[in-house]
Write a protein that binds this ligand. Sequence first.
Ligand code: ADP
Length: 163
Amino acid sequence: MKRAIYPGSFDPATKGHLDILKRATKLFDEVVVVVMTNVKKKNSHSFTVEERVEFLKRCTKDMEKVRVDSYSGLLADYARQVGAVAVVKGLRAVSDFEDEFQQSLTNKKLNPELETVFLTAEAENMFLSSSVVKQVCSLGGDISDFVPAEIHEDIIKKLSNIE
Ligand code: ADP
């Protein structure tokens, strides 16, 4: 059984995240999407960990090979705990690479058994990030092409309460 983990903030999940996830399930027997709660963007999160986990569960309910979790420690430790052989990351642009490369080497140092697998974003998702979703939505723009239909309304509801 080859298990991978797909970590991120998912604040909120986008169609870009779901695309990477779907493609990762073709490579692994199980993919655990893990909402990391100790990333540096901590104070700028718009959605609680519980909301982000619940959104991901809703969007992946028909994906048999996917499990959703959250974690607040070292990714290398989490990978060991769940017996994951790989970390899956999405790459949108060269600008993503430097940071991801450093994280990958750090994880490898902390957990030598752990590989990082980079999947390139679909061309139509190259520009898409959770921040773009929040920015467009808070200014009243249409985000239906950016986020899964299952969570579209809840994202609008939450962001209109904040702004
Ligand atoms: P962001 O970088 O948008 O704040 P996350 O930290 O939640 O998002 O990202 C989790 C993972 O998903 C990272 O590996 C990131 O590179 C990847 N990812 C984010 N958006 C996309 C996208 N539009 N297409 C492909 N991969 C993406």
